[in-house]
Design a protein around this ligand. Structure first.
Ligand code: ZN
Length: 346
């Protein structure tokens, strides 16, 4: 089969012909129909999740959906022909967090699809059966791929921060796939939504994809803080700020904008970035700083159902084949693209 290969963490991708994988006893093989090409995968390629050389060579790509093609001898939960998406994390299923349904907090965590096992920049991908989650008939493969992370992660954020119609939500990095789907989701929960990004092309993309429910502000302008304060004059600043970018200066600026009792949610996993406000600020303003880590299986399933019901629009900028994947990653690396490009390998 054809696949995109990574031979060195931080190295170049190549498109090669490799042996079609066979599922182990507890695994399934999926004929990949759609896989999102994202900044999260680029971070994994750069060694941002693991840089263990023993994991190479590796096929990246984790945000995908397809049709089960073969199952291992011990698998009974799904069968060939089932339409499924893939859960991103490799989890134990036995620890207290897994037992309680908080699979994203697994304490016997085994890594990530596309990092610790081969992913879906390929015609076929083999993953643990526990990671293959059936999708509704009405959910397209493209939407299902995005549900697996692009909407499930925003859903986890909204539930972590308890976003309601009394909130004003400011999203940093609004034109990315997390930002675009989070802004729609927060608006659907009744929140006033302000989406920030750094150039007119990206702001126009947000406007076109989210409509009048979402206000845009240019985070690159010197008067960014004034724009946000103007847009939130009746709440004294955003009550929820979600950082999808990880730029420390922007996070510091955002923290200063946070309204009384507000909450800053970070999704940043870069190893060397930290931010520590003075403790007394937490007291005087009852603000909170929280992390949000991926999503539970239940949130992934509910995300797919929201797309299937057209309650949220799935947003894809472009669709490409396997041969074009290395060039898309070069663009991601150079910061020349945003939103989601979808791989359809067959
Ligand atoms: Zn576990």
């Amino acid at each position: 089969m054809s696949a995109v290969m990574l031979s060195e963490w931080g190295g170049e991708l190549s498109v090669d012909t490799v042996t079609q994988p066979e599922p182990g006893p507890n695994e399934v093989r999926i004929a990949v129909r759609a896989c999102a090409i994202t900044r999260t995968v680029e971070n994994a390629i750069q060694g941002g999740l693991s840089d263990d050389p023993s994991l190479l060579p590796r096929i990246p790509g984790h945000e995908f959906a397809g049709v089960i093609d073969a199952v291992g001898t011990m698998v009974s939960s799904v069968a060939p022909g089932d339409r499924v998406l893939s859960y991103f994390y490799l989890t134990c299923g036995m620890c207290q967090a897994c037992r309680q349904g908080n699979r994203n907090q697994c304490t016997d965590f085994d890594g990530w699809v596309g990092v610790n096992c081969d992913g879906a920049y390929a015609e076929y991908a083999t993953i643990p059966a526990a990671n293959a989650i059936p999708i509704p008939d009405e959910c397209s493969f493209t939407a299902a791929a995005l549900a697996a992370d692009g909407l499930a992660t925003p859903l986890h954020v909204c539930e972590r921060a308890n976003v309601t119609d009394s909130d004003t939500v400011l999203i940093l990095g609004g034109a990315g796939r997390i930002g675009i789907h989070l802004s729609q989701l927060a608006a659907s929960r009744g929140a006033n939504v302000i989406s920030a990004d750094v150039n007119q092309t990206q702001l126009t993309h947000i406007d076109e994809m989210t409509g009048s429910a979402v206000e845009t502000v240019d985070a690159s302008r010197d008067d960014f803080a004034d724009q946000v304060q103007h847009a939130t004059s009746y709440t004294g600043g955003p009550t929820v700020i979600v950082d999808t970018v990880g730029d420390i200066n922007t996070i510091k600026d955002a923290w200063d904008l946070l309204g009384m009792g507000g909450c800053l949610v970070t999704l940043t996993t870069h190893h060397d970035r930290s931010f520590a406000p003075p403790l007394k600020q937490f007291i005087y303003t009852e603000t909170s700083l929280i992390g949000s880590r991926y999503a539970t299986s239940d949130q992934v399933i509910r995300a797919a159902q929201m797309f299937a019901d057209n309650r949220i629009n799935h947003v894809v900028r472009d669709t490409v084949g396997l041969d074009e994947v290395p060039a898309i990653h070069a663009q991601l690396r150079a910061g020349e693209t945003f939103g989601t490009t979808m791989l359809t390998p067959r």
